[in-house]
Design a protein around this ligand. Structure first.
Ligand code: DAK
Length: 257
């Protein structure tokens, strides 16, 4: 796919997208989000891709939605364009997405990282929801996913004051998986994505679905859902191969079947 705002490549089963609008700190305009969603969906259908890695630039993962583009929008235009639709499609991607965050992850940038499944951040990363300072509030999950991740007290402070938190604070608040040194971020994130891409694809996809479900439903419904997916995996060749390989003390070869 050709995009003016994304750099895209694939290697070792990992689809790699770099947000690339450095002159505005990767501010997310509508076209960029549309391109991103199209690429994610295309890899979701591609059996050669097992995991996706999303990167930004050294100064910013993304400093939010494009304020210039939104500034003159009316409520009716917002309703007509319904930008939530694209953001919602990110939620439906079934393969795991690893976000590698350096620098600013603000507003929509923070929400985009939160829409990913695993977040690695370098020491320079800052996570924040500063929308309040420009007269609005988070609109792509910042009040919901953030609150589920860090709890009400922390989320309330971030959303109402607009003040960002550091990578270390984000780690302590369970917002991200790891903080790594600046120069190691890309390599660590790539290694993690490659590791995910080597897992049995059907089990990986269903495991992601089941963990995501935990944020949406009560315990009983969640456990029922988990059990059904678990039983289903016994219909896959990969389950037979994985368990047989264990018994035979060899590495399994998974085929996504
Ligand atoms: N939009 C547009 N341009 C931006 C931008 C943004 N979000 N962030 C930075 N830029 C531009 C700056 O205007 C500047 O452009 P020039 O002046 O050079 O032309 C360039 O990037 C470099 O920025 P600065 O000169 O400001 O750089 P500094 O290092 O001094 O400051 C900063 C970095 C990140 C602290 C600052 O740029 C900043 O405060 N940026 C805005 C952060 C922000 O408020 N972000 C939240 C935006 S609102 C939705 C989905 C999502 C959203 C809404 C709806 N739906 C599905 C409906 C999300 C909303 C948001 O994210």
């Amino acid at each position: 796919m050709k995009s003016d705002f994304l750099k895209v490549s694939t290697e070792k089963g990992v689809g790699r997208i770099r947000l690339h609008r450095p002159e505005v700190l990767n501010a997310l305009n509508r076209q960029m989000v549309a391109d991103l969603v199209e690429q994610l969906e295309s890899w979701d259908r591609d059996e050669h891709i097992g995991a996706i890695l999303l990167l930004g630039g050294p100064k910013a993962f993304a400093a939010g939605a494009d304020i210039e583009e939104m500034a003159q929008a009316t409520a009716v235009e917002m309703l007509r364009l319904d930008p939530f639709v694209d953001w919602d499609r990110i939620r439906k991607i079934s393969k795991p997405i690893v976000a590698a965050v350096q620098g600013y992850a603000l507003g929509g940038g923070c929400e985009l990282a939160l829409a990913c499944d695993l977040i690695l951040a370098s020491e320079s990363a800052q996570f924040g929801q500063p929308e309040i300072n420009i007269g609005v509030m988070p609109g792509a999950g910042g009040t919901q996913r953030l609150t589920r991740a860090v709890g009400k007290a922390r989320a309330m402070e971030m959303v109402l004051t607009g003040k960002p938190i550091t990578a270390q604070e984000a780690f302590q608040a369970h917002l991200i998986n790891r903080v790594v040194p600046e120069e190691a971020l890309e390599e660590e994130a790539t290694k993690l994505a490659e590791e995910l891409a080597s897992k049995p694809p059907v089990a990986l996809r269903l495991a992601k679905q089941a963990v995501s479900k935990a944020a949406e439903v009560g315990l009983t419904e969640g456990l029922d859902y988990e059990q059904k997916l678990f039983y289903f995996l016994f219909s896959t060749e990969d389950q037979k191969e994985g368990m047989q390989a264990f018994s035979e003390k060899r590495r399994p070869t998974f085929r996504g079947k």
